[in-house]
Ligand binder design. Structure first.
Ligand SMILES: [Zn+2]
Length: 488
């Protein structure tokens, strides 16, 4: 035996362990212990060809010598009795802190009513060094069992969904019977793999003491003929199962109207489209007089305009809107405080003011408040600017204020005029001509009045009066030719 040699290294131990040919894995109980021993050896981080410590070497030799007893082990070539007329295939899985495993037994009943069971094959895996909990290992055993069952079913040309699958872990059973997405990724992935191969109804619970798979890491006991009587147990409630994913609810609200407005660059087109929407909504309602017309009426356009402006006001002046709807004063910090706002019957915020008795139109007495930087406000200004044939900011603001009162309207009017492509293209550019060099008499210092001359000049702009206004004065129009003083 090479392990007895003086140079007992990790490479030799691995070679010794893998020298045992066990295609159907009947010797899993013994070989699993060898794998666990190698895993422990791995953790001390010893080189492949470095002699292992004496203490570990003695342990290995004691374990390795037990393999000699395997020579007395007899395994029947046929697992199915000749006279049996009832055959069942049972699969078990189990786990411990060191390993998890699965085994498949064939159970048959002969004509005398005697049951006998034979181990068909098994599979085991050593538990990972880190991050393994018993429920996770139990679930790993269930996955190994499902994979093993699929192989056996394929070899026997049977449907794997007809087999009985047993586990002694109520937690693993609870995971399999629950919805996988409610658990953490590790559990959810394995439950998904298990349920791809098997049905949740195939999985049953067996008591730990009766679980034949338990022998795989306790050591080889015997072929127990009976021991997997179906034990009924109550599965844990899904809410109490471990590894549940913490559900985080995030409430997001989307204002659909903002999305609509952002797609428009024309106020009129936006109003018309919203008006068509409103007409369509009315059309879907029980038929009313006047709703079947195929054109838009002014009432729909007005309704669309009102709803769009109301939406803009709700977004920008929500607190004020709530206060006014409760017949309260707006907050002292509000931008609308100085306007004494009031709420209209159509739920629009209007300017209060003191013009209630004026002989002017109603919308001039109480103009509609527009937010300072809202897209709706800009669209209204742009539309008015184009309606007035690209007027200047003063005229634009005056026209808009016939009906609306916009916060910081002057800056919006300037901005709209400045950004208008048509206005920018039409804006004249003043080109200053290249002037001739100055006469040398102006550049050479001399005594006063040594040189004098006359130069043409244009009209003079003078300031006069209380407001110091500038402008042409008729009295000076004759002084287009002004006397030029001494050059120096
Ligand atoms: Zn323009």
């Amino acid at each position: 035996m090479p392990a007895n040699s003086p140079r007992c290294t990790k490479r030799i131990l691995l070679s010794d362990l893998n020298r045992i040919l066990d295609p159907l894995v009947f010797l899993t109980p013994s070989l699993t212990k060898g794998k666990i021993f190698l895993q422990q050896l791995w953790q001390i981080k010893i080189d492949w060809d470095h002699p292992i410590p004496d203490e570990i070497r003695e342990k290995w030799l004691r374990f390795y010598n037990q393999f000699e007893e395997l020579g007395a082990l007899t395994i029947p070539r046929k697992c199915k009795p000749v006279m049996s007329d009832h055959i069942e295939v049972h699969r078990f899985c189990d786990a411990s802190e060191e390993a998890y495993d699965a085994c498949i037994y064939v159970r048959s009943k002969d004509k005398n009513g005697q049951w006998c069971s034979w181990l068909l094959c098994s599979k085991s895996r050593v538990a990972p060094v880190k991050g393994a909990t018993i429920p996770r290992l139990e679930l790993g055993g269930a996955l190994v069992l499902a994979l093993l069952a699929e192989k056996v079913a394929a070899a026997w040309e049977l449907d794997v969904k007809d087999f009985h699958l047993w586990t002694d872990s109520t937690v693993a059973l609870g995971w399999i019977q629950s919805e996988a997405t409610r658990f953490k990724t590790y559990v959810a992935n394995r439950v998904d793999q298990i349920l791809e191969l098997t049905n949740a109804q195939q999985w049953r619970h067996v008591g730990t003491a009766e679980n034949p798979a338990d022998i795989l890491y306790r050591g080889w006991l015997s072929h127990s003929n009976d021991g997997w009587e179906h034990s009924f147990t109550t599965l844990p409630d899904e809410e109490t199962l471990p590894e549940r994913r913490v559900v985080k609810l995030t409430l997001t609200t989307m204002d659909q109207s903002i999305g609509i407005i952002e797609h428009y660059s024309s106020w009129r087109r936006l109003v018309r489209d919203v008006a068509w929407f409103l007409k369509f909504i009315d059309f879907r309602r029980p038929r009313q007089i006047g709703t079947t017309a195929r054109y838009l009426s002014v009432s729909y356009l007005n309704k669309a305009e009102t709803s769009l402006i109301r939406q803009a006001q709700l977004q920008e002046f929500n607190e004020e809107y709530i206060s006014l709807s409760k017949n309260k004063e707006v907050s002292g910090r509000s931008k609308l405080k100085g306007l004494h706002p009031m709420l209209q019957s159509e739920n629009l915020i209007l300017v209060g003011g003191r013009l209630a008795n004026a002989q002017i139109a109603e919308n001039q007495k109480h103009p509609i408040v527009l937010p300072a930087t809202h897209k709706i406000t800009r669209l209204i200004f742009e539309d008015t600017h184009q309606t007035l044939f690209h007027c200047g900011p003063q005229a634009l603001l005056a026209e808009v204020r016939q009906r609306y009162w916009q916060i910081r309207g002057r800056s919006m009017a300037r901005s709209v005029t400045k950004r208008c492509v048509t206005c920018v293209r039409a804006r004249p550019r003043f080109v200053s001509p290249l002037m001739a060099p100055l006469p040398k008499q102006r550049l050479i210092p001399t005594r006063p009045f040594a040189v004098s001359g006359v130069e043409f000049a244009g009209p003079l702009m003078i300031r006069s009066g209380i407001r110091r206004q500038t402008g042409k004065r008729h009295g000076l129009q004759s002084s287009y030719v002004s006397p030029q003083g001494p050059f120096t």
